[in-house]
Design a protein around this ligand. Sequence first.
Ligand SMILES: [Zn+2]
Length: 358
Amino acid sequence: MIVRAAIPLLLGLAFLASTPNVADRFGAHGVILAQATAEPPATPPANDEPPSNESPTAPSPPAAVAPAAPPVPDSKVQAPVNVPLPRVPPPQKAEQREARKMFGAVKLPSIGEAVAIGYYPKGCLAGGVELPINGPNWQVMRLSRNRNWGHPNLVRYVKSFSARVAKATGWRGILVGDLAQPRGGPMVSSHLSHQTGLDVDVWFTPMPDRELTRAEREEMSAINLVAADWININPEIWSPKYLDFIKAATQAPDVERVLVNAAIKKELCKTATGDRSWLTKVRPFYGHHDHIHVRLSCPEDSPNCKKQPPITGGEDCGKELDWWFSEKARTPRKPPVAYKPMLLSELPPACKAVVEAK
Ligand SMILES: [Zn+2]
């Protein structure tokens, strides 16, 4: 499954590298190799890493360098040896540090009113709110990541969505993947977006009838709905209830986009009956074969939240969707570029205050 999952992710990387406007067209939802909430968590955030603007304790010169002192007669005192002190690098400015390490190390939100700042893949979150790890119709997965934080609109949305799913599908509820870190910002693994507390991943696996243990929440994988050809859904796993699940995700005014694999969108286009206007919000993308990604619009209380370009098409079940199955979409044109971590200076200036707030 990991090998199969890697194919569209690699394609996605190459596509992102070669198509600069893809972020605007498809919602700036970037994925990197460690993508997928279904994968076990990558190395946990380096919480214990010393801040690089603190000078480390001056180390002693290595023993091998210091020449062995010649034997000294007891009656004589050895002359002091002039050992050069090790060079201490000048303190690094906070702005030049990797933003993901700073945001990944903070365990709690900043105090104050909730505000989403910046753009989904380049921003942060002040006054984040925690989604409880258990609710009547949801359970949060991968607790070690500490990414069950969001803008209050997002937390409210997850709660109401989970109730809608239970009603529409008969499932007990949903399994929730990543929202954001306590103060949003870039992450050390998995996502390029999810930075402003307005994005959430929800697994395709229905919530079981019992409370999962912490270990299960780390180790379980999500259900993959897509066949090995990456063109169709897997008919042995697919159920019309997934249509109800995805439709329920779109049923809130502040939902801007619900990202799914193109094969899943194709199935929805084929089978949706009645009012199909909700299909407009369902956008095809690489990956997203084992979870949906829901993105909310900028909240009214967040004037510095950068909006996405609006979706201009209709339900987009025609040519736009066909493109995802074309040779062009499926063939990487360039090798993936190396991921360059974002510096704090690249985020909106308000994010420095958010990450540094006590
Ligand atoms: Zn996501």
